[in-house]
Design a protein around this ligand. Sequence first.
Ligand code: PEP
Ligand code: MN
Length: 350
Amino acid sequence: MIAILKPHVSDDRLNEIVHHIEKKGLQAHVSKGTDTTVIGIIGKFESSLAEQLRSMKDVENVVRISKSYKLASRDFHPANTIINIKGVEIGGDELVIMGGPCAVETPEQIDLIASIVKKAGAQVLRGGAYKPRTGPYAFQGIGEEGLKWMKDAGEKYNLLTITEVMTPETVDLVCEYADILQIGTRNMQNFELLRKVGKTQTPVLLKRGFSATYDEWLNAAEYILAGGNPNVMLCERGIRTFESYTRNTLDLSAIPVLKHLTHLPVISDPSHGTGRRELVVPMTKASVGAGCDGLIIEMHNDPDNSMTGDGVQSLFPDQFADLLKDLEKLAPLLGKTLDTNKISKQLLTV
Ligand code: PEP
Ligand code: MN
């Protein structure tokens, strides 16, 4: 249920209304817009509560939300969520680019790629130390050592870092090293993992399960939000369809649909979404056209020798840098900004 307040209600009055709701053992989540303030109410309540709240001074209306997810819903929180990580805002005006290899391989490799990512003007270094591989005999990632190399490279080049976490047991460890936790497609409905990352405050990029509906995906996000971590972004990374030319089918509609259904930032992954290098550049541009807040793109200095099979979808360093230059021109036409020169010189604030 949400209570929509009348325009320009004072903070004191807002606090009184929140207190009234909390006294009934319910949770009140306040979302302040420019004109209106909305209070999202969660918990078991008597049906008379809606009437009671509606009759209160300063309450404009009370509406029941029938969706199974609440905190993730735009009804609950009309304003966009902006996640600020060391001065980089995700979900705001700036287009955020996360670039790097599928997997961290050696300290030299991640250092070199980080330098390329920074020079190109991207804000975040990606790279997996724990890799969820389809087969048990494939390279499973470097593990904790790889997290250290990522952190070192991130600090050296002033980049945020994002890396995948696969088990509840390793969440605390990964939080020590990374700025953003990635939950991969295969783990989107690993509810114990979602609950565990929900107990941290570390930002989470939740990839779409390759057969998940929007509703299932938003409910997965709800697990993290309900645990107390508000810093969730959603990543479209392609779904399984009958088409086999591409590795997955990047569902571009997901971007505007999510922008409508939720206030959380939306990221696109054209690398796993297509599985083909030549499609990454056009699908990146299409994603920006569809309204994404950022992109996560695989790039490798030597894709032919990458340790996972994802070299075929990894951009070469020059392609990555050229793509960012194009995005810099494209973004302002589509309501975003990107200043690669500024970012390549920028220091993180913490
Ligand atoms: C990855 O980002 O390298 C990855 C494994 O992604 P996904 O979970 O989308 O397959
Ligand atoms: Mn990959």
